[in-house]
Design a binder for this molecule. Structure first.
Ligand code: FE2
Ligand code: FE2
Length: 247
């Protein structure tokens, strides 16, 4: 049985209609380095179905399971449901408040995912008060964080990863202007991750942020936005720990 699971991840590839074939050479080597590929949203530039077709073609049949969440750019054309369905038709699992289990060498990898949303971080965050549009903004963030919590809580796998587009902590935003932190992530995602536990949290969205961080509860966080990792994908090797079970 595998003693570790190798997770490749990238976000914010922002493919356009002229990007067809651009990732092929790099992705051809991926199965040599990783057991699964996670896509952390912003797969398109403007969220059109035409761009979604390019994404679907680029990441189809690459030799390892591909699990994705969508990002804010993928919602811009209001075609996110069609894009998700198209990716699904090409064998790419798209999560929004759900989870999937991938088998790797006799072990199980559980991935719980959501786009997530903004709102900011503890002590400096938006609250569900006042104008309807403000309450709706915060409710969206709360709802997606709650869905992540439920999805994580339902996993019983050897290794668990939380996959989001928006950031769950401030630590991986360093490099971004502080003024826009509330639009880059929400501490509610981090709270959900810490409440349930995970071996790794992966996100994108913060193009000028920092790759490595950690939640208050000690879960490693990686910002895999392509402009941050400076490569086609990053690989994280997650050890499979033998957990004692109690009746
Ligand atoms: Fe992006
Ligand atoms: Fe984004």
């Amino acid at each position: 049985m595998a003693d570790s699971i190798r997770v490749a991840a990238v976000g914010d590839v922002h493919l356009g209609t002229e990007s067809a074939g651009s990732l092929g050479p790099a992705l051809a080597t991926l199965p040599d380095h990783a057991d699964v590929l996670l896509l952390a949203g912003d797969l398109t530039r403007h969220g059109t179905l035409a761009e979604g077709r390019v994404v679907a073609t680029e990441f189809a049949d690459i030799g390892v399971p591909v699990v994705a969440v969508l990002g804010n750019h993928d919602h811009h054309g209001d075609e996110q449901d069609d894009i998700a369905a198209l990716l699904g038709d090409h064998g790419i699992t798209v999560l929004e408040g759900g989870a999937v289990t991938v088998r790797v060498g006799g072990r199980t990898l559980g991935i719980a995912g959501t786009k997530g949303f903004g709102g900011g971080f503890a002590g400096r965050c938006a609250s569900a008060f006042g104008e309807r549009i403000m309450r709706e903004f915060v409710s969206h963030s709360v709802d997606l964080a709650d869905a992540l919590r439920v999805a994580l809580d339902g996993l019983r796998t050897d290794v668990t990863v939380a996959l989001t587009h928006y950031a769950p902590i401030e630590g991986t935003l360093h490099g971004e202007p502080r003024e826009i932190y509330p639009f880059l992530g929400s501490y509610l995602l981090g709270e959900a991750i810490d409440a349930c536990g995970a071996d790794l949290a992966v996100h994108g969205h913060a193009h000028a942020g920092t790759e490595r961080g950690i939640t208050p509860g000690g879960v490693p966080v990686r910002n895999v936005a392509q402009p941050v990792i400076h490569s086609a994908f990053a690989v994280y090797e997650l050890p499979v720990l033998v957990r004692s079970r109690t009746a």
